[in-house]
Design a protein around this ligand. Structure first.
Ligand code: CDT
Length: 315
């Protein structure tokens, strides 16, 4: 008998700077209800779902920056989402900016959590592949200050059982790196939940909209197929504070096929009945890691960071 998980991807239109947490949570609640109406039992929300994508702005004052961060989860403002999800028996993935106070000082991460159907946080992931820069870039259409505002995640790429589905998490830029999927794949992941915020233009080089979408999909389709896993990717889309975010939220099968995709520029739910056993054939044959991987030849992947090419021949 196949194992079916009805997965919903809850795409959001832009979250404007002026929107309060309470207003955003009201939108998330509506998306949750829509997902429930499609009989979904697991919902994926975007990266930094509770606020605008604030790393596009330079902040001088720590207090200004901290306004975008959550000190606890759930908080008074986000508790209604947890309560409603529990009432409806729906699990979810939620991305947000996490602020933690430790003996060593304040730490900030770009985080996602996995919440089970009883409203309990069962796993946390802190974004590892932080894009952007730490300095202010004059003349750019926007800043990308994730490297300034967040620490590199310290929890690794893990997997957790949510009912009988083995779920891994990743965030936005992580989807462009094959290592993300392979580390999850080596733990037998069956569904990668992923939230993102991707601008429709690059900061420093021109790229056609066609290529932006191609790259968005191609990395996830390859990651799904090469690891025999489902991927559920939820983004923000449309206008966010005058900046355009790409849509293309989607559900991808372990075959690499896109089985569902959003079409609108606003809040929008898509649902698919994911057969978690669909990846088994791929995991047992084409990408049977145990039988075919040759780790004795992969050492450079963990021992070397950048490219070291041999000297070109003298001409
Ligand atoms: N949020 C996020 O990770 N955005 C990145 C932008 C990369 S540009 C340096 C993305 O992969 O879409």
């Amino acid at each position: 008998m196949s194992r079916i998980l009805r997965v919903a991807v809850a795409q959001m239109g832009g979250v404007q700077l002026a929107e309060t947490r309470t207003q955003v949570v009201a939108r998330l609640l509506e998306l949750l209800r829509e997902a429930d109406a499609t009989a979904a039992t697991f919902v994926v929300f975007p990266e930094l779902a509770l606020t605008t994508f604030f790393p596009r702005y330079w902040f001088d004052e720590e207090a200004e920056l901290d306004a975008f961060f959550e000190r606890e989860m759930p908080s008074a403002e986000t508790a209604p989402l947890f309560d409603e999800a529990q009432r409806r028996g729906i699990g979810f993935y939620l991305g947000y900016a996490e602020r933690v106070e430790t003996k060593g000082g304040v730490r900030r991460f770009n985080t996602s959590i996995l919440v089970d159907r009883s409203g309990r946080v069962i796993a946390r992931y802190r974004k590892i592949h932080l894009p952007g820069h730490t300095d202010r870039r004059e003349g750019y259409p926007f800043q990308q200050l994730e490297k300034r505002y967040f620490e590199v995640g310290d929890l690794g790429f893990g997997v957790s059982w949510l009912d009988d589905a083995l779920i891994g998490m990743a965030i936005c830029n992580d989807r462009r790196w094959p290592e993300t999927y392979r580390v999850l794949g080596l733990q037998g992941v069956e569904l990668v939940a992923l939230g993102y915020n991707t601008h429709d233009v690059n900061q420093y080089h021109r790229e056609s909209k066609h290529l932006k979408m191609l790259h968005h999909f191609v990395v996830m389709q390859a990651g799904a197929y090469q690891n025999g896993t489902w991927i559920a990717a939820a983004g923000k889309t449309g206008d966010e504070d005058g900046h355009e975010l790409i849509g293309g939220s989607c559900i991808i099968a372990p075959t690499g096929e896109i089985v569902a995709q959003t079409v609108s520029d606003g809040d929008h739910v898509i649902t698919y009945a994911c057969d978690l056993d669909l990846g088994i054939e791929i995991k047992q044959n084409r990408f049977n890691f145990e039988a075919h991987r040759r780790i004795e030849h992969y050492g450079l992947i963990t021992s070397q960071l950048g490219v070291v090419a041999p000297e070109p021949p003298d001409r």
